[in-house]
Design a protein around this ligand. Sequence first.
Ligand SMILES: [Zn+2]
Length: 58
Amino acid sequence: MAATDSWHDPERCPFCGEALASPGAGFVDHTAENPDCEAKFETWRDRIGGDVRGGWSG
Ligand SMILES: [Zn+2]
């Protein structure tokens, strides 16, 4: 289950594969309706963001 390492299809939810109403904004709506995907997205974002945060301090 390494689908979340790279999000290659912005028109689909990378966690459940469901088609989104629109890329980007549609995903926000999707997570609002799918808490399970939202939780996975939070984990994914935290992991990605963790690498960046150190460089942004100050
Ligand atoms: Zn989903």
